[in-house]
Ligand binder design. Structure first.
Ligand code: C2O
Ligand code: CU
Ligand code: CU
Length: 554
C-alpha cells in the first residue's frame, strides 16, 4: 500500500476540508502522584495499512498529558527503553536544574530516571520533550513529546473552559514526511501536517466557548495560524500562563516550542464547520515555512493549508458562553531592579535545517558555562539576529517578558510570561527576566534556538545561577574529568573532581558500548582496545554528579 503521495497531494485540493476525516487523537490526561513515562520504540499507523516506526512516551506516538498542580510535588519516572541515550526536559517549568533534563542529564538505555520537583509555575500549557546531545530533533520527530497542563487556584476561579477533551483541547501541530514504506524522513520540513499525531484531522466541538492549547511541536516550520472564516479570536495565555486580559487577533505566529491558549466562540454554530489554517503564504521570506526558494523544499512551504477541521455539535449541559473581560494580573519583574543587560547576537548563514549558526560567535560546548547569573538578579537579555534566517530563542529556568521588539511593544498576545520568542532576521528583542532559582552544582541550564535542527547543530549555550554571597567559584566547582591520551590506541587514564562510581562509554549514536559499575575512585584507567576506531563519549557518575569527556580511539 502506498497511499502517501495521494494523501499529501490532497492537501492542495480546495475540497481539502471534506477530506479531513480522521478523528483527532486526544492524548489521555493523567492526574496522579507519580507518572511513569516509558520511552520506547513502537510502530504506529498514521495512515491505515501503513506502518511507521515511531518512538513514544508510554504511547505509540507522543505521550500522555500530565496534569500538575501548582504547589504540589510532581514525581516522574522516565524509563529509557530505547537503544540510545535520551533525556527529558520539562519545557517552561521552573525546576531544580538537576531535574531540568538538558543534554548533560542523560538517561541511559535501560535506566530509570527519578524526577521530583515542586510545581512553581502558574497555570498554563507546558510540554515535555527529550533533549539529548545532538539527538533531540530525531527523537522528537519519532514522537517523544507530550503536554503538561499546570492548574492553580487563580485560573480555577475564572469562568473558562477546562474540561479536558470536552471544551479544552491540547493541539500540537507537527509536520512530517513519510517514505513510501511508511517510515519517517528526518529533516526540517514535512509535507503532511499531524495534529496530536493525526493526519487530516477533524474534531467535534460543542457550540459554545472552547479552549485550544496550541503548541508548535515541529522541528523547523513556523505556523501562521488563523481561521478560514477570517474571524478574530481571543488569546488568553502564552507560553508561561494567562495574560492579564484576553488579546484579540486573527493571526497567531507560532514558532517552535511556543504555546498559546485561545478561546473559540462557537455559540450558535451547531451544524457548521470551520478550518484552523496556517497562512504560510503570509510568512516573511526569512521564516522557515515561507515560500523562500532556497529552503529545503516542502509541498507546504509558502502556501495556506488547513490544519484541523472543526465540526460544531450540540452544546454541553453547562457551557461557557462568554469570554472573561479580565484574566489574572501578570507580574513582570521591575525594570528598576535590572542589574545587568546581556547581549546575545545570532550570526551565521544557512537554511531551516542546515548551516552554521552561532550565539555571540559561539557554539555549544558541554564543558563551558557561558553565563553566570547572580541569584535573585533581574536582567535584560537583548537578543539580536544578525544571521540570515529567523530563530525562536528559548531559555530554560523560567519565564521572561518581552520588553520590546525593534523598540516597539510586542503585540498584546505576546505580553504575558513567555519562554520562547521568535527573533526574525535583523530584529532585536529585549527580554526581562528574574533569576530566582539557584542552579545545582554541575547542572547548568540551557538557552538555545528552538528550531530543533539548529539546536542539535550547536546553536545553544548554557548558564548557571549562583548565590553571590556564597564563596563559590565559577564553573571550576562543576564536576569534571580529564582523560588522556586522546587520541588513544587503547588504555586511557582519567582523573575526576568527584568520586566516580560508574563509567559508561557511548558511541556517536548514543549507544552504550562499555560500562563499569561498582567503582569508588577519583582516578583510574579505561580500556578501549576492543572498540572500533572512532569518537566516544566517556560518562562518569557518582550518585549525584556526572561529568563527561570526548575521546578518540585510533
Ligand atoms: Cu523545549 Cu531546551 O527546550
Ligand atoms: Cu526548555
Ligand atoms: Cu535557529
Amino acid at each position: 500500500m502506498k497511499p502517501i503521495t495521494l494523501l499529501t497531494a490532497s492537501l492542495f485540493a480546495l475540497t481539502a476540508s471534506a477530506q479531513f476525516n480522521n478523528p483527532l487523537s486526544i492524548p489521555p490526561a493523567l492526574d496522579v502522584d507519580t507518572f511513569d513515562l516509558v520511552v520506547d520504540e513502537h510502530v504506529h499507523q498514521f495512515y491505515p495499512g501503513v506502518s511507521t516506526p515511531t518512538y513514544g512516551a508510554s504511547a505509540e506516538y507522543l505521550g500522555p498529558t500530565l496534569i500538575l498542580h501548582k504547589g504540589d510535588t510532581a514525581h516522574i519516572r522516565v524509563h529509557n527503553d530505547l537503544a540510545q541515550v535520551t533525556s527529558m526536559h520539562w519545557h517552561g517549568l521552573r525546576v531544580p536544574s538537576e531535574f531540568d533534563g538538558g543534554p548533560q542529564r542523560e538517561v541511559l538505555p535501560g535506566e530509570v530516571w527519578n524526577v521530583k520537583y515542586q510545581v512553581k509555575n502558574q497555570a498554563g500549557t507546558y510540554w515535555y520533550h527529550p533533549h539529548p546531545h545532538e539527538l533531540t530533533a530525531e527523537q522528537a520527530t519519532f514522537g517523544v513529546a507530550g503536554f503538561i497542563i499546570v492548574q492553580d487556584a487563580d485560573e480555577a476561579a475564572l469562568d473558562l473552559p477546562r474540561t479536558y477533551g470536552v471544551d479544552d483541547f491540547p493541539i500540537v501541530v507537527q509536520d512530517r514526511r513519510f517514505n513510501t514504506d511508511g517510515s519517517f524522513v528526518f529533516g526540517p520540513f514535512g509535507d503532511s501536517v499531524l495534529v496530536n499525531g493525526t493526519p487530516r484531522p477533524y474534531v467535534d466541538l460543542p457550540a459554545q466557548v472552547v479552549r485550544l492549547r496550541l503548541l508548535n511541536g515541529s522541528n523547523s516550520r513556523i505556523y501562521n495560524l488563523g481561521f478560514d472564516d477570517g474571524r478574530s479570536f481571543p488569546v488568553i495565555a502564552g507560553d508561561g500562563g494567562l495574560l492579564s486580559v484576553p488579546a484579540s487577533t486573527d493571526r497567531l505566529l507560532l514558532s517552535n516550542g511556543e504555546r498559546d491558549e485561545i478561546l473559540l466562540d462557537l455559540s450558535g454554530m451547531e451544524g457548521d464547520s470551520l478550518l484552523l489554517m496556517s497562512f504560510g503564504s503570509e510568512l516573511p521570506a526569512s521564516m522557515p515555512g515561507s515560500s523562500f526558494i532556497l529552503w529545503e523544499s516542502s509541498a507546504l512551504n509558502g502556501i495556506d493549508f488547513p490544519v484541523l477541521r472543526i465540526r460544531v455539535g450540540a452544546p454541553t449541559a453547562t457551557p461557557v458562553t462568554s469570554i472573561p473581560a479580565t484574566l489574572v494580573p501578570t507580574t513582570p519583574p521591575h525594570l528598576g531592579d535590572v542589574s545587568r543587560t546581556r547581549y546575545k547576537s545570532f550570526s551565521g548563514t544557512g537554511m531551516a535545517g542546515m548551516g552554521m549558526f552561532y550565539i555571540n560567535g559561539l557554539q555549544f560546548n558541554m564543558d563551558v558555562v557561558n553565563d553566570t547569573v547572580a541569584l535573585g538578579a533581574t536582567e535584560i537579555w537583548r537578543v539580536e539576529n544578525a544571521s540570515d534566517i529567523a530563530h525562536p530563542f528559548h531559555i530554560h529556568g523560567g519565564s521572561f517578558y518581552i520588553l520590546d521588539r525593534n523598540d516597539m511593544p510586542p503585540p498584546a498576545w505576546e505580553q504575558g510570561p513567555k519562554d520562547v520568542v521568535l527573533v526574525d532576521m535583523a530584529d532585536h528583542v529585549r527580554l526581562l527576566m528574574k533569576f530566582d532559582d539557584l542552579t545545582d552544582e554541575g547542572w547548568p541550564l540551557m538557552y538555545h534556538c528552538h528550531n530543533l535542527m539548529h539546536e542539535d547543530n550547536m546553536m545553544m549555550l548554557q548558564y548557571i545561577v549562583l548565590d553571590a554571597n556564597m564563596a563559590v567559584g565559577d564553573a571550576a566547582d562543576a564536576p569534571s574529568i580529564s582523560v588522556y591520551p586522546s587520541p588513544s590506541a587503547g588504555q586511557v587514564t582519567y582523573r575526576s573532581t568527584f568520586t566516580v562510581s560508574e563509567i559508561f562509554v557511548m558511541d556517536q549514536l548514543g549507544r552504550i558500548v562499555l560500562r563499569r559499575a561498582g567503582l569508588s575512585r577519583t582516578s583510574g584507567e579505561v580500556d578501549l582496545q576492543d572498540l572500533p576506531m572512532g569518537t566516544y563519549v566517556l560518562v562518569m557518575r557518582s550518585r549525584t554528579q556526572q561529568a563527561r569527556a570526548v575521546i578518540m580511539r585510533e
